[in-house]
Design a protein around this ligand. Structure first.
Ligand code: C5P
Length: 210
């Protein structure tokens, strides 16, 4: 059975935590699509050429291997910034499209989290969630995770949101049929419980369809 849960939203809103928990609960596969862009961004940064040359960045994206997603440092702020730069290049997005679509429609169910899953990668997803939280709450979570100066982390989160929502290619948007989940005042357990309950209700509706 094909069943896709599309989770979109800005940086550090809780998409990854919710996505992993939903996938574990239902036994679905999970893909953190941000890692794809982070891996391309880091490679492009390392060889110095890809950030400036869209064709080369797209070549890096086409050559991406599963083991590239295991590289240490992909969760760093540097990788996040590099990711959001290469993610604005339509050639790079195109190179990563098929892999994500195939993952979304695999047998047995899939959860993908990112920025454009419910709008571009899988508009036919059975469940769409848009997970968000206030800028300050998201910056605090990132700061606890990565350390550094809180004000700098807040500025970084806001700059990345702006780049992700104002770019022409697949900008971050909430799909019209997505459920908005604001995690600003929720514990992780409460946010996961809300997401699981919503997925369960959609799952029951699809299963009972004649
Ligand atoms: O979610 P994460 O912070 O790991 O994403 C890193 C960057 O990758 C984002 O800021 C965004 O620019 C890009 N991205 C994207 N589309 C996705 C997932 C991530 O453009 N589906």
């Amino acid at each position: 059975m094909k069943f896709t849960v599309a989770i979109d939203g800005p940086a550090a809103a809780g998409k990854g935590t919710i996505g992993r928990a939903v996938a574990a609960h239902f036994g679905f596969a999970h893909l953190d699509t941000g890692l794809l862009y982070r891996a391309v961004g880091m490679r492009a940064l390392e060889d110095g050429r890809g950030i400036l040359d869209p064709h080369w960045a797209a070549t890096i994206a086409r050559r991406l291997r599963p083991e590239d997603l295991e590289v240490p440092g992909l969760r760093s702020a540097v990788a996040g910034r590099a990711a959001s730069k290469v993610a604005a290049l339509p050639e790079v997005r195109k190179a990563l499209l098929k892999f994500q679509r195939d993952f979304a429609r695999r047998e047995g169910g899939a959860v993908l989290d990112g920025r454009d899953i419910g709008t571009v990668i899988c508009p036919e997803a059975e469940v769409k969630l848009f997970v968000t939280a206030s800028d300050e709450v998201r910056a605090e979570r990132r700061w606890r995770e990565l350390g550094g100066d809180y004000e700098a982390v807040l500025a970084d989160v806001r700059a990345r949101d702006r780049r992700d929502s104002e770019r022409a290619a697949a900008p971050m948007r909430m799909a019209a049929d997505a459920l908005l989940l604001d995690t600003s005042d929720l514990t992780i357990d409460a946010a996961v419980a809300e997401a699981v309950a919503h997925v369960q209700s959609r799952f029951d509706a699809v299963r009972d369809r004649p």
